[in-house]
Design a protein around this ligand. Sequence first.
Ligand code: HEC
Length: 92
Amino acid sequence: MNRVTAFMTSLAVVAVFLFSVSIHAAIEEEGERLLQLRCMKCHDLKRITDSDKDRDGWENTVRRMMSIGARVSPAEKETLINYLAREDKARP
Ligand code: HEC
């Protein structure tokens, strides 16, 4: 590999990395916003942060919350589930 190629390759690697970090941060921010907006009406965050569910578990929970009155659009539901089931969640 010549120097220019090596340079371009490392540039690309850095760009992809920064891109994925910012996507990640955006998902996190949006998830947090929706949680405050859609899920704090009937109980506090503790109810949610105390639960440790996998993706299916959160899917079921959000669907159940919707059936008892949470107003969440289909797109918001996806974002919420992605956020709730994220893998880098800080564990206590
Ligand atoms: C209309 C009121 C209401 C809204 C809005 C609501 N919840 Fe709930 N939630 C409840 C009630 C009532 C309970 C306790 C009874 C039960 O578990 O069904 C509960 C319990 C829970 C629990 C604990 C029980 C379990 O299944 O783990 C979690 C977690 C939870 N809610 C998450 C959420 C999330 C996430 C949202 C936003 C999408 C949300 N809730 C929005 C009413 C609500």
